[in-house]
Structures are given as structure tokens and as C-alpha cells.
Write a protein that binds this ligand. Sequence first.
Ligand code: SF4
Ligand code: SF4
Length: 235
Amino acid sequence: MCAGRIDLSFVLRAFSNGMDGVFIGACRLNECNYITHGNYHALNMVLLCRKIMEHIGLSPERLKIEFMSAGEGILFAEAMNEFSNRIKQLGPLGQKEGTDVNELRSKLQDVTKLVPYIKRVKREKLALHLGQEEEYDELFNRDEISRLFRDVISYYIDPDKCQACMICHKKCPVEAIGGGKNQIHVINQEKCIKCGTCLDACPPRFGAVKTISGGVVPPPIPEEERTIVRKSKKQ
Ligand code: SF4
Ligand code: SF4
């Protein structure tokens, strides 16, 4: 019902599944039926996605958003005709780009895995409601997108600080955190989608979850060294 529901991952998935173009029709800005103004969110997401597409070598022209009301049938038909003609000119995915379609798909899948990270890092900009459409031209820029992918954040549990409270383990949405009662927890970097939930969840008094930006994550401590012996049990 609302363009604001369209997640960045939906658009990337459409391209990964072989769509040559994605068109998003949204209500006119400032005419949202809900207090959320989801069409602003859709616009911000599209602008971010277009820059990401440019970064991975996919023509940003393949993604379009238009604002119109449900009563503007003629405008909708014109917009769709114009978009479909442009997509026909660009040809199938990869043709205009001069890139192998499988290579593009693999890049799209890599970016899709990072969507929770991208949304977390860019959440403030994604939530912006600027006054005019023109003000959006520079909302996201190329350097910023290059940095976004160069300095990808990794999450790491400091074994000296982890108290095995299991909170992060329970909250991780993809079961990427290993550990149990009295066991120092470790993050499986292959499974981690970099959503940052563990960072928010780890109690500040422990502060065991650390972020590493663009660097190498230390290997997890060996299993035989993970047991925590509490003081009361030592006596
Ligand atoms: S950032 Fe933390 S909570 Fe999110 S997937 Fe990775 S380990 Fe799990
Ligand atoms: S929330 Fe923090 S202290 Fe608790 S198990 Fe996870 S990393 Fe360790």
C-alpha cells in the first residue's frame, strides 16, 4: 500500500532475478495518507540504490521512481511507456553496461548481503524529509558510496570483556553468534549480516562487542579457552 514499504533488498533482488528495470510508483510528496511519509523514504532509498548500482557497474537508469496520485492514469501510462522505452534501449541487464550478466548478479548478491549494514550506516539520511526534490541531487555521492564498501564494519566480541550473558546470542537474527552458559561468545563472520543488533544489545557495563571498520577481524579464541570460571565457583 505504501512505497515506503519497498526495501532496498527488494530492488536488488529484482535485478538479481533478471529484471532489466524497476519502476516504483509513489504518491506525490507531501500527499502521503499516513503520518510516516513513506514516499520520502522510498525516494531516499532509490537515490541510495542508484548510487550503489553505479558503484557496481549497473546503469542507474534501470531504476526509476515517479510520484503521482491514483487518479492520474494518463500520467502513469506516459511514465510507464517512457520507462519501458528507455529499458528497451538499454537492453537486457549487462548489455549497455558491457558487463557479463553473471558478474553483475554476483555483485548484486554481495550487496544484498550487506543491506542491513547499509541501512544501519545510512539510517539518518534514509529518514530525511527534505523540502524539494532538487535538494536530493547530492544526498548521496560517489565518494561516500566508495567509503561505504571500502570500510565495511565488522563486529567482534572481545573475549576479555564477554560475560556470557547470552543476550546477543538470543537477539542475533541469523544465529551468527556461538556461545552458551559460561562460554565466551564468538561471532561467525561468514554468517554475520552486520546488522549491529549485538552491539546495541550487549549491556554497556560489559561493552564486549566491538566494531572494526575495514580492518582484519581477530580470529575467534580456541574453543578450549572459552569457558568462564566465575569467582564464586573458584573458591
Ligand atoms: S552484527 Fe551481530 S547481531 Fe547482527 S548478524 Fe552480526 S553477529 Fe548477528
Ligand atoms: S551480550 Fe555482550 S557480554 Fe553478553 S554474551 Fe554477548 S558479547 Fe558477551
